[in-house]
Design a protein around this ligand. Sequence first.
Ligand code: FAQ
Length: 315
Amino acid sequence: MSSAVADPTLAARFEATVAAKERIEPRDWMPDAYRKTLIRQVAQHAHSEIIGMQPEGNWIGRAPSLRRKAILLAKVQDEAGHGLYLYSAAETLGASRQELTDLLISGAQKYSSIFNYPTLTYADVGTIGWLVDGAAICNQVPLCRTSFGPYGRAMIRICKEESFHQRQGYELLMTMMRGTDAQRAMVQESVNRFWWPALMMFGPPDDASPNTEQSMAWGIKTHTNDELRQRFVDMSIPQAKALGVTLPDPDLKWNEHRQSHDFGEIDWDEFRAVVKGDGPCNAQRIAHRRKARDEGAWVREAATAFASKQKELTR
Ligand code: FAQ
């Protein structure tokens, strides 16, 4: 239920629920702008999970052993599941999966910038697990306490699986680092390509983030983009050390005063270009998604026909 002109009692109840850090549920009144920003964020998140299947899916047929293939297949299937939980959460806000998929394919809605980079070597499968799932967890664990109930509950399940993905990526890289010089070089080269795009996953800097302030006031976000990015940098440095790789940033250093690491300037021009559609794989990702949607149309039609037939029979 929502309305542009709020009933003062309902609006007060909404504000009190958010202030008490309790959940807003789909049946509750909510401001239109709250619903709109949630649909935007949850849809972008769902699209990211589904588009995010493509870079790693690229390696399923070429994984080096049956065991590695089974692990990768399971991980990519998990991402599909995450997309489905999130589209279901968006549905409780009144936005259907079909409608959101159309908005993605037409370019009206976004997905995470990270999935517009190619996976050039098998080491990228490990690096995505370590850095991309690692950044995802950093950003998503706080979302388990987000103010909208269905989104927060979906995140609890998703985070458990993402933590597992992060560990499998790290284990894969650890195995390669114990291998040959060529394997170690492959890991380092992969980390060099993914480090900076992983930092961009957290979104624009706080002073250029139009949504953060309002989303924090509503309890949708509980931390700013820069806070979470910093947490990720601090968390990754000891992990890189244990792995034996160098993070490609000469400005990374411990800052005693801040009790955190300083790091170099992110290339925000690159970020803006990738989000706008000019990344290395944007066109390919959307073309692939469009093809999958078109080729699956008969399945959706058949399922709908079957469901209405079942309904008729049980009437
Ligand atoms: N890429 O005002 P803000 C995964 C957009 S993890 C593209 O700061 P907000 C798991 C932003 O949407 C990846 N666009 O926005 C996995 C906004 O768009 P608008 C997905 C970006 O929402 C792992 C505009 O820029 N995770 O999939 C990006 O307050 C491995 C202004 O930005 C989530 O979606 C970006 N990196 O904060 C799967 C987490 N950053 O309004 C497969 C949930 C920002 O112009 C394999 N989302 N934009 O349309 C969030 O936490 C937030 O939405 C942020 C952005 C932090 C991403």
